[in-house]
Design a protein around this ligand. Structure first.
Ligand code: GUN
Ligand code: ZN
Length: 391
């Protein structure tokens, strides 16, 4: 049992924000008690710091950790010129291991304790990446990035092998995610057959949707249908599906996604970096679609979620409180883990981040984090009550 003292700011499951100087007690990885009064016994003293729920990144690409800053304003050219050549290198399991160490190391240094991750392009290298993730002990939801067309041959997985691999991983990893790159590089057969396995094992699914206009045209040419309809026909739109971007969706597509209960990973830094456009939060609200924040490394240049918060503000006029909710409770809802993390409340995992702060009121503090937050603010990261990083 360990007690932590600090300024605790968290949303609660009832969507209220709490902010108080106090104590949090964690036992066997689970939060037992929060209190404004001193809890008897020793405590870890973070009295000049914030204790925040661990940050949640709902969309990030592990094999792109080394190509941050490679820029383009054309998604398809960017993929071809930078992403595919780098992802090919991840077929080598040693390289995958080395870069996974760098990736998960950076996540915890930046206060992220839960992430939905696009893994390497093979099942074997993704298993290696999972082994490294285990060493860090954070909540990782990941799958190998599946594709079978319009990409270099080395990156392709046949439907037959994909079906075998997805079943194999689902048997071994409860956090395994069916990861379909996006419709322009996945045949209907690949999507449909793997979605059947996902249904069988009740897996999470992740893919990209409606990020850039040129990409949307390609989808129309290949499938003769709108983007959301393609996924729906394949059985990919489920309540456990996380769709990245969703910038240019029509009303009809938004209605369809909402009716299927699928979620959106909003990646504002990426959307600015690749000049994809601006996702309108009011569209998601109107249709009752859940939204979390994603760094989308390396489409987005920042792995630190406070920098993504800043871009979320520039994309939509949201209050710092609302953006903090998207990062924490919102992200947990999108990943289907709000029963165990995303807020600091008794019964949840001891997933929290210790952060240097400035300001007096809740709003001032969260605004300061949103506009000036970066890696240097993070003093310690705890996952399931264990310190996974600390200065
Ligand atoms: N669409 C398909 N693949 C990718 C990717 O790796 N990054 C981004 N931003 N969009 C994609
Ligand atoms: Zn992405």
């Amino acid at each position: 049992m360990t007690t932590y003292r600090g300024r605790i700011i968290t949303f609660t499951d009832s969507r209220k924000i709490e902010d108080f100087e106090g104590y949090m007690q964690v036992e066997h990885g689970i939060i037992k008690k929060l209190s404004k009064e001193k809890i008897t016994g020793e405590y870890e003293d973070y009295r000049d710091y914030l204790i925040l729920p661990g940050f949640i990144d709902t969309h990030v690409h592990l094999p792109q950790v080394a190509i941050r800053g490679k820029w383009s304003d054309d998604l398809l050219k960017w993929l071809e010129n930078y992403v595919f050549p780098e992802e090919k290198r991840f077929l080598d399991e040693d390289y995958a291991r080395k870069m996974s160490r760098r990736f998960f190391g950076e996540l915890v240094r930046n206060g992220t304790t839960s992430a939905m991750v696009y893994g390497p392009p093979s099942r074997e290298s993704t298993e290696a990446a999972y082994e490294i993730a285990d060493e860090y002990g954070i909540n990782v939801f990941m799958g190998q990035t599946l594709m079978d067309m319009n990409v270099p041959d080395e990156l392709k997985t046949s439907t037959k092998k994909a079906v075998e691999d997805v079943g194999y991983m689902a048997e071994r990893r409860e956090n395994y995610v069916l990861t379909l790159r996006f419709a322009p590089s996945c045949s209907m057969e690949l999507m449909r057959e793997t979605a059947k396995i996902a249904k069988l094992y009740d897996l999470r699914i992740q893919t990209h949707i409606s990020e850039q206009k040129g990409e949307i045209e390609v989808v129309k040419e290949i499938f003769n249908k709108g983007y959301a309809n393609v996924y729906d026909t394949a059985g990919v739109l489920t309540p456990k599906t996380v769709l990245a971007h969703g910038i240019h969706l029509s009303e009809e597509e938004l209605r369809l996604i909402s009716s299927r209960g699928s979620k959106i990973a909003h990646c504002p830094s990426s959307n600015f970096f690749l000049h994809s456009g601006v996702m309108k939060m009011k569209n998601m609200r109107k249709h009752g679609i859940s939204v979390g924040l994603g760094s989308d490394i390396a489409g987005g240049p920042y792995i630190n979620m406070m920098e993504v918060m800043r871009d979320a503000y520039y994309a939509n006029p949201l209050s710092p409180m609302e953006i903090f909710r998207l990062l924490t409770l919102g992200g947990a809802e999108v990943l289907g883990i709000s029963d165990v993390t995303g807020t600091l409340e008794p019964g949840k995992y001891g997933d929290f981040t210790i952060v240097k702060y400035e300001g007096e009121t809740t709003e001032d503090i969260l605004a300061n984090l949103t506009f000036y937050g970066n890696e240097n603010r993070i003093v310690g990261t705890y996952s399931h009550g264990r310190q996974v990083w600390g200065k």
